[in-house]
Design a protein around this ligand. Sequence first.
Ligand SMILES: [Zn+2]
Ligand SMILES: [Zn+2]
Length: 274
Amino acid sequence: MPQMEISFLGTGSGTSTNRSHTALVYDCDDGTRLLIDTSSGNTVARNGQELGFSIGDFDTVLLSHHHPDHLSGLLFVQHARALAREDESALNVYLTEETLEWAIKMCRAAYLNVAEVDKVGAKNSDGRQLLLWHVVKPGEQVNLGPTTTASCFPAEHIFGAVGWRVNSDGMAVVFSGDTRFNPELVKASQGARLLIHEAYRTDEELEYANQHGHSTAGDAGRAANQAGVAELVLTHFDSEFAVNTQPLLDDAKKHFNGPTSAATDLYQITVSGQ
Ligand SMILES: [Zn+2]
Ligand SMILES: [Zn+2]
């Protein structure tokens, strides 16, 4: 029976003051470890360490979009990883063309460990390859491990934003990225074992959530129901839900009958297939 362990390193929205920004780790049965988004600052190193991850353990990153709460931690991941790793292997970063433009700008502006950055990747001043970009198009399948593949789908957020479906040994886990209610996600999530979906506000604040390019918890529940997934985990919470996520869970459960939980920073779950 395939298994995947999922670790939430950051579960706060961009404006959250109580939680770390978005990053997740997937540990697949075939030994493949994926970092999904990179949070901001040193979250991946700091919260990762709490759960026993070394920054040198990460070889593969999937990015959802270029907002700094998802992308800017990449600077610190590549820096800490290069220090931790003696070998010359680069960190492989999967992202859309639009996200790449911003990733290149960020590397140029910050200059942290990066002396040269182009459409291939980034190098330090010794010519060591730190990052390798892999540009993906929605629907394109990429092979990431012996039995692990991934494909992205368009999100309803900003230009070039995507969510990701990861398949490992026949079991699928979908991450929404930042998005309003997203019919493309519903299509891409059909039959998934787990949907990890952002929930920025309660249904009462639907208009506010949509104006900011985000979903309500009810939207997440509707997507889970329409896709027929087995389980739903909510994430990407604003500050007002730091302590009590129950109003969000209540809204999601109005639409989705399956097991539903709200992630916290350092939350870990293991899902099993059939
Ligand atoms: Zn965000
Ligand atoms: Zn965003």
